[in-house]
Design a protein around this ligand. Structure first.
Ligand SMILES: [Zn+2]
Length: 306
């Protein structure tokens, strides 16, 4: 008795033929899309293992949904961000939280092993950042402005600015090949006024992905439900239940849209769509790095106007 019956009926043959054509079609479609456009590569650099998530978790989610590649980097390991825990054990807990965020948002998440609360703009850390930007082959780099209230945020801003030209210089960090094209550097939004207020050159409507962003933040249990409420004096507000916590976090961290950001949304999306936006994230173009035209910004932020 034969083990395999290789005789097929006409119907089976037809089904097999159409399946084969369908598979072939899918293969070629994917190949054509890939051949036409390399996915954009975005690297967002924050001081702590939740900064990128707070400032641009929505924009990152939109990039990922469109098939582009996003990496978050925390320049410190977060080992000071708690009122009861600290040191290596806290750093490990926070690294695990970042990897859960990576899973939830579909981003890569790296944590550099520098102490939280003690960051300085040293040459050693500048070289760490230059290597991260080069290894990611970044088209876009986003970081804090260097006039933030927190010294770690401020020095992260300085460190990334200090890397902006050097990423293309072959003799600096010669173990990592330099970028052939200087990326566009931008700043995360903040509310600091001196020496100059933040300018929202780009504003992204993140209303469609706000729940995803909040779901990402929710993975930082040590921060949003423990440390940040404690240091800001509202620890008694934190709800117990999982769903209650998510709703509370959305209320707390969803954020409003100020007049300047609303104007920028109008420029990129038109007044009708901008008026409907409930949540937004904005970015300012840094004067260092490549200087993009509006057309180039639309290419680099393909969710604009959509
Ligand atoms: Zn921070």
């Amino acid at each position: 008795m034969p083990i395999f019956n290789l005789e097929f009926s006409t119907t089976e043959k037809l089904t097999m033929k159409s399946s084969f054509i369908a598979i072939l079609f899918c293969f070629f479609t994917v190949s054509i899309v890939e051949a036409q456009e390399r996915p954009l590569r975005i690297i967002m650099i924050g001081a702590h293992p939740d900064d990128c998530d707070i400032k641009s978790g929505g924009t990152a989610s939109l990039f990922v949904e469109m098939g582009h590649k996003v990496k978050f980097v925390s320049v410190t390991n977060g080992d000071a961000g708690h009122m009861e825990e600290g040191g290596g054990m806290l750093a490990k807990r926070r690294i695990a939280e970042t990897q859960e965020v990576a899973r939830r948002l579909g981003v890569a998440y790296d944590v550099l092993d520098n102490h939280d609360g003690e960051l300085l703009p040293t040459l050693e850390i500048r070289l760490q950042i230059i290597r991260k930007i080069r290894e990611w082959d970044a088209d876009v780099v986003i970081a804090p402005r260097p006039n933030d209230y927190h010294p770690d945020h401020r020095y992260t801003g300085v460190l990334v600015q200090d890397a902006a030209y050097m990423v293309g210089v072959p003799n600096v960090a010669p173990d990592t090949p330099p970028l052939s094209k200087n990326p566009v550097f931008l700043y995360f939004q903040d509310h600091f006024q001196k020496p100059n207020p933040f300018e929202p050159h780009v504003a992204i409507d993140i209303t469609p992905v706000i729940d995803k962003k909040i779901h990402g933040l929710d993975a930082h249990v040590s921060q949003f439900y423990e440390w940040l409420p404690w240091i800001a004096g509202y620890a008694d507000e934190v709800p117990e239940g999982k769903e209650e916590r998510i709703a509370w976090l959305k209320e707390k961290r969803g954020g409003g849209i100020n007049d300047e950001v609303r104007k920028s949304l109008e420029k990129w999306y038109g007044p009708a769509k901008a008026a409907k936006a409930q949540y937004a994230e904005a970015f300012e173009v840094c004067e260092y790095g490549s200087q993009p035209s509006d057309e180039e910004l639309k290419r680099l932020f393909p969710m604009l106007g959509k």
